[in-house]
Design a protein. Structure first.
Length: 781
């Protein structure tokens, strides 16, 4: 980034760093980039944004004419966000003969749709998109077989599916395991694995495939067909006709027990569907349909978990009756809470009660004691009554749940009562608004709009920073050097870095203390908690298979319907996690301020002293403008990276434990025959007992090491990048390229004002010389 045009030179590294953090995190980029910061001569000046300035545009010390179309009067009328971006782009183009500042392509907001099989996730997705049966639903048993990601098609007007397939080797390995499992006739035979194996093999190769041996199957012509099919790792389907598209895609995502053969879902890792004409909802949002069943495939389960950690919002979907009754739709979520909170970035949860039209009014009136004779439209009244009741019950449950702890406020949790069927079918007694689908759509629209505004504001700010840099070239180099010296930017940088270093050290001490307590607790109780987890509750029949599967899967067992989850690594990590949980949530909150967070410290970091916030001279004003915008870009990129890095810090505890236990799991998985369960149990317990001191201390040290690395990376990035910014603001001056762009900067400031009208202002400054010099900068994540 910040090699903002050292006069006549450009950096060899990518000048568009800030606009591509999507592809490469800033801190990583920083690591690779730092040693190669070389300056090479170039014909034209190049800014950090990669804009080359047309020398013919330069007019020494003279004000340039301003195009009528973008004169002051034209920006009085309210503009849409896209119009504002376009205006800013035109202004840039006028000045630099270039519009190469890209609108940020940072990661989209991901919403995970999450719930047990058959609760109505896919139907809900189709209703939200206003396209009936768009995502397959309503099969017998589990329907959606693979993670399906839905986003806007921003390139053409086709429906497109990108299907990521397993490799030929991966599939062959899976097949070999299936046949081994099927032929197992020992007491360890795992019926659940066999059921899944049969489902997959028959779905692909046809009804009788499960009766064949692996050799026979390999001789089947379908086998060869599928092998050649797997030679490409990705399949693309594209069609402008929705129903044809849906039919084509179904065989890759739908799980169906009817007409076995030629259902390809067993070969699919994940599917991304891109829909045209839905920018309004999905330009900056991804919806994830997370299937309600697992298939014991580690690849898919890992993918499922990692997708969960990507979600900035989660929709928990539950049949309204289940949400009210005691059956607990929070089960899976409770287990995943760490992937969402400290190990993730979930900022809000919507609890969505589905199938509200599904109602037996006679029964309901009786149980809710509604007066029969006084009600006109009985069905509707019952539905709405039950909706209210469900909302109250679910909110009560949330108040008392673990999940609440990951949020700072209550308004990050909302309850909806929807009917996807009634949204499409007006004979089902409900008005469109009563199905609450429009309310969810509005929420999506609002979220999409707010991201769009954030990106627009960043874009206009970048343009303003760029022009401020050009403008500061107006001034005499000696004067500039004096101003830069007077303002002691270098000294401020050193001072701020020292303060930040101190902050990190104090946080380190807090974490170390919590972890030490956690290690002590873990050492004391790990054997007992291991015993508890690996001992069956009442009926122990079949438990040896579960234990075998747990060992094969390196300590974790999920039943097919995800209703039984046993995770020894998580159990062992529990005490350390518990002891750092509160501090960790304060240091790395998913949203908001805690007074102790790394993000707040970074936001505070500045080399512009607060007492020089009202610049004495024009020259300083433009230099500060430039520095401030560069700082903001850098800080926003760092804050985005921190979210991913903190996930790694938190999960390092469990990863250390898995690594320490790995050889024991392998050994235990190989135990077979009579008394195998007892031997497995003993092996696990003895290993935990022998390793406990070493293992938990290692986990503690690993977490602290990762935290220290984060500190070092942040300090290094701030130091290197801001030194570059200081250097380039000092050297941005030339006799040839002096150009007055003050009018353009004012225009950009007015555009920023329009963008900020309905936003809380950050860093508001008073008017100066009749011009408003608002910073209007935020470090949006
Ligand atoms: N009455 C009624 N039935 C619904 C509604 N939404 C979904 N269903 C039915 O519920 C069943 C399951 O719906 P799906 O959308 O496939 O459920 P899912 O959660 O995606 O299930 P998996 O893909 O197996 O995880 C289907 O038979 C749907 O027709 C609704 O609003 N009202
Ligand atoms: Mg589904």
């Amino acid at each position: 980034m910040a090699s903002q045009g050292t006069q006549g030179y450009k950096l060899t590294s990518s000048p568009q760093l800030y606009f591509s953090t999507h592809d490469q995190p800033f801190l990583e980029h920083q690591k690779q980039r730092t040693p190669s910061l070389r300056l090479v001569p170039s014909q034209s000046r190049t800014s950090s944004d990669g804009i080359s300035i047309d020398p013919t545009m330069a007019r020494q010390g003279t004000k340039r004419k301003i195009d009528h179309e973008t004169s002051d009067s034209s920006i009085e009328t309210p503009l849409t966000t896209d119009m504002i971006v376009e205006k800013a782009r035109q202004i840039l183009q006028r000045v630099s003969n270039s519009d190469k500042i890209d609108k940020d392509s940072r990661k989209k907001a991901t919403i995970g749709i999450f719930g047990k099989s058959g609760e109505g996730k896919s139907s809900l997705l189709s209703a939200i998109l206003g396209k009936q049966n768009f995502v397959p639903s309503g099969c017998f048993g589990a329907c959606t077989a693979v993670i399906t990601q839905v986003e806007a098609n921003l390139t053409d007007s086709n429906y497109t599916a990108e299907i990521e397939l397993f490799s030929k080797e991966e599939w062959e390995k899976e097949l070999t395991i299936f046949f081994r499992v099927r032929e197992d006739d020992s007491e360890d035979r795992n019926e659940e694995l066999i059921e899944i194996a049969v489902e997959k093999v028959t779905a692909l190769y046809g009804a009788d495939a499960d009766q064949k041996t692996l050799e026979e199957l390999k001789n089947d012509e379908k086998f060869a067909k599928i092998e050649s099919f797997l030679s490409t790792s990705k399949k693309i389907i594209s069609n402008s006709n929705l129903s044809e598209f849906t039919d084509d895609v179904a065989s890759y995502i739908q799980h169906s027990e009817s007409s076995p053969g030629d259902w390809f879902w067993p070969l699919v890792k994940s599917v991304t569907i891109k829909i045209p004409d839905c920018n309004e909802f999905l330009e900056h949002i991804v919806l994830l349909d997370l299937p309600g069943t697992g298939d014991c495939s580690k690849t898919r389960d890992d993918l499922w978990k990692s997708k969960l950690a990507e979600c900035s919002s989660v929709w928990i979907v539950s049949d309204i009756n289940r949400a009210i009754t005691d059956r607990d739709p929070w089960g899976i979520l409770k287990h995943c809470i760490e992937e969402l909170g400290p190990g993730g970035k979930c900022k809000s949860i919507n609890f969505i009660c589905t199938k509200t039209d599904d109602m037996n009014q006679q029964e309901y009136m009786r149980s809710a004691r509604l007066p029969r004779d006084q009600i006109k439209d009985q069905k509707k009244t019952c539905i709405l009554h039950r909706n209210e009741h469900a909302k109250t019950r679910v909110k009560e449950k949330f108040q008392n749940s673990e999940i609440k702890k990951i949020f700072n406020t209550d308004n990050q949790f909302q309850v909806f009562t929807v009917s996807s069927n009634a949204f499409f079918d007006c004979n089902l007694n409900l008005e469109s608004s009563e199905t609450e689908i429009p309310k969810l759509q509005d929420d999506l629209r609002t979220l999409n709009k707010s991201i769009n505004r954030e990106l627009a504001r960043d874009y206009v700010n970048k343009a303003k920073g760029h022009l401020s840099w050009i403008q500061s070239g107006q001034f005499d180099k000696d004067k500039k050097t004096i101003e830069m010296k007077d303002n002691e930017f270098e000294k401020n940088l050193k001072k701020s870095l020292t303060e930040l270093d101190k902050y990190f050290d104090s946080i380190y001490k807090d974490l170390e203390q919590c972890l030490s307590k956690g290690v002590e607790e873990a050492v004391n109780s790990c054997v007992a908690s291991t015993k508890k987890l690996i001992t069956p509750n009442k009926d122990g029949r079949g438990f040896h298979k579960v234990l075998g599967a747990l060992c094969k899967n390196y300590g974790c067992y999920w039943s097919k319907n995800r209703d039984v989850i046993l995770d020894l690594n998580k159990t062992l990590a529990k005490h350390l996690h518990k002891c750092i949980y509160n501090d960790f949530c304060q240091i790395f909150p998913v949203s908001g301020k805690t007074g102790k967070s790394v993000q707040e410290q970074i936001d505070k970091f500045s080399i512009i002293q607060s007492d020089s916030a009202y610049p004495r001279s024009d020259i300083l004003h433009y230099i500060q403008n430039f520095i401030k915008i560069e700082e903001t870009k850098l800080k926003a990129a760092l804050n985005r990276d921190i979210v991913d890095i903190k996930k790694g810090i938190y999960s390092s505890i469990q990863i250390t434990i898995v690594n320490e236990m790995a050889s024991c799991y392998q050994q235990a998985a190989a135990v077979t025959g009579t008394g195998s369960m007892k031997r497995m149990q003993e092996l696990l317990i003895t290993t935990v007992d022998n390793k406990k001191h070493d293992m938990f201390n290692k986990a503690k040290m690993e977490l602290l090491k990762k935290f220290t690395n984060l500190k070092l990376d942040i300090l290094k990035a701030l130091k290197n990048e801001l030194q570059e910014v200081i250097k380039s603001s000092q050297s941005q001056t030339s006799e040839k390229t002096r150009m007055d762009v003050s009018r353009e900067i004012e225009e950009l400031e007015r555009l920023l004002e329009q963008l900020s009208d309905c936003w809380s202002l950050y860093n508001k400054k008073p008017k100066r010389n009749g011009t408003n010099h608002k910073g209007n900068i935020t470090t949006a994540q």
